[in-house]
Ligand binder design. Structure first.
Ligand SMILES: C[S@@+](CC[C@H](N)C(=O)[O-])C[C@H]1O[C@@H](n2cnc3c(N)ncnc32)[C@H](O)[C@@H]1O
Length: 256
């Protein structure tokens, strides 16, 4: 992922093409990769500042401090996902991530699906309300809300589902009980399950909050998990604000 973003940034001036979450902005060359290719940076470029590209925009937004980690995460997801894809929201909470995912992948003909999980009934209901208020979609065709620990995703997600993205937004439910937090004991098995179900060319995105008790331990566990993934099949990186130690940290695990 780090390679993907940086290559995109470096190659802005070369006259090839730019694929952003399925949108092609310009094309002055022949892309050697299939149309469903997972390496947008391999064919990204533009000489126009107005079309610098989602990946470069995202990276610069984060570097300049103008973009929050959640916004960066959503833009990275947008680069990975296309209409019709399947994704998992491992911690649906108040539903903002599920809504963002649905907007990226649901199409008019019933394609695109989100499997969403949370252990709190209030979170499941909050997600349902947000989605009902914010979209005209017939939700039963596009999302499955499970009151279940994310370590159990394989009990819900069909074996043959092609999962392009699994998103974790760790910590506690904003506006809810701050004593109910994600913990390494279940986050780790969930990450292991994620590494099995996410398809090649897909992403595990983990937003880690370190400001609450237990947050740093969970970050350690996530980092150890990521560091041990084999380099032949995974590219793992993190985006961290060095002079804002309490800011959330975005860990991105890209399956090659
Ligand atoms: C930071 S919130 C998620 C925010 C959410 N993604 C949103 O967009 O509003 C973290 C959520 O993780 C949930 N959670 C904690 N442990 C969990 C587990 N083992 N499995 C699934 N969800 C869990 C909490 O109940 C809480 O709602």
């Amino acid at each position: 992922m780090a390679t993907l973003l940086f290559r995109s940034w470096q190659s802005l001036k070369s006259p090839t093409s730019l694929r952003l979450g399925g949108r092609r902005l310009s094309h002055h060359g022949t892309c050697p990769l299939p149309s469903r290719c997972s390496y947008p940076a391999a064919c990204s470029s533009s000489s126009s500042p107005a079309a610098i590209g989602l990946e470069a925009e995202t990276l610069l937004g984060f570097i300049s401090g103008k973009m929050k980690a959640t916004e960066v995460a959503h833009l990275v997801w947008k680069s990975i996902l296309q209409k019709g894809d399947c994704a998992i929201d491992a911690t649906c909470g108040n539903g903002h991530d599920s809504l963002a995912l649905l907007r990226m992948i649901a199409d008019d003909s019933g394609h695109g699906f989100v499997y969403a999980f949370d252990i709190q009934n209030s979170a499941i209901e909050s997600t349902r309300s947000l989605l009902e208020e914010s979209t005209d979609l017939d939700l039963k065709n596009y999302i499955n809300l499970s009151l279940l620990c994310h370590s159990k995703i394989e009990d819900v997600v069909p074996k043959d589902a092609v999962i392009r993205l699994m998103a974790f937004n760790l910590g506690y439910l904003p506006g809810g009980d701050k004593g109910i937090i994600t913990i390494a004991e279940t986050t780790l098995p969930a990450l292991q399950a994620a590494s099995r179900v996410v398809a090649s060319g897909g992403l595990i995105s983990i937003l880690v909050y370190v400001g609450h008790p237990g947050g740093r331990d969970e970050l350690e566990a996530v980092q150890t998990f990521a560091s041990n993934l084999p380099t032949e099949s995974w590219s793992c990186c993190k985006l961290e604000r060095l002079n804002r130690p309490a800011a959330p940290i975005l860990v991105l695990l890209f399956k090659k």
